[in-house]
Design a protein around this ligand. Structure first.
Ligand code: GAR
Length: 209
């Protein structure tokens, strides 16, 4: 089983969806550690209840972004994860941080990228008048929410939606998509090559289910 570190900043519901998938002995990954940049992240207690080790690296306890990232990288090199999943980790990570894990870091974003990258995603989706939104799992590259797409899931935007009702609808499909995407990556059925996500036939079939 591939060893995964999950990065969170908040409630950690996607992290828990991954943790629940990893409980199946046939799932090809397990969570070695959860890392948060916020000591107050609700997901930390949930991970601990699940018996998953946690580490906190508060940005404000470091002089700058480079020191913060260096400290996290040092911890990661001891854990030696195969894969990293960003799950509501609300920080842009640098190219230097990504380099040693290139092709092995994935992120979930609550829109159908390339639409609505960045913050306030649901507000902007509603404002745009689109009738469909969703979520995207993609490889992490240096640009924000720009890496090659592994998979997407769509939900309707309904009349009367506000950012909270839409976020909740999108989250339900995030919790399905993220374990599926992690499974594809852990099984080697998707990989990043030449700036693209390359999927085998098996991977394509699985993503259609
Ligand atoms: C999720 O909707 C995730 O897609 C989003 O934050 C939420 C975290 O919820 N991520 C981003 O906006 C990243 N730009 P969770 O902590 O309950 O998984």
């Amino acid at each position: 089983r591939k060893r995964v570190v999950v990065f969170i900043s908040g409630s950690g519901s996607n992290m828990m969806a991954l943790a629940q998938a990893c409980q199946d002995p046939d799932f090809p990954a397990e969570i070695a550690c959860v890392i948060s940049d916020k000591a107050t992240a609700g997901g930390l207690a949930k991970a601990q209840e699940f018996g998953i080790p946690t580490l906190v690296f508060e940005r404000k306890t470091y002089a700058d972004k480079a020191e913060h990232e260096a400290s996290i990288l040092a911890a990661l090199s001891e854990i030696a994860p195969d894969l990293i999943c960003l799950a509501g980790y609300m920080r842009l990570i640098s190219g230097d941080f990504i380099a040693p894990y290139e092709g092995r870091i994935i992120n979930i974003h609550p829109s159908l990228l390339p639409l609505f990258p960045g913050l306030h995603t649901h507000e902007r989706a509603i404002e745009s008048g689109t009738k469909i939104t969703g979520c995207t799992v993609h490889f992490v590259t240096e640009g924000m929410d720009e890496g090659p797409v592994i998979g997407q899931a769509a939900v309707p935007v309904l009349a009367g939606d506000d950012a909270n009702t839409l976020a909740a609808r999108v989250l339900t499909v995030e919790h399905q998509l993220y374990p599926l995407a992690l499974k594809l990556l852990a099984e080697g059925k998707v990989r990043m090559e030449g700036g693209k996500a390359i999927r085998g036939d098996d991977a394509y079939d699985a993503a259609q289910q």
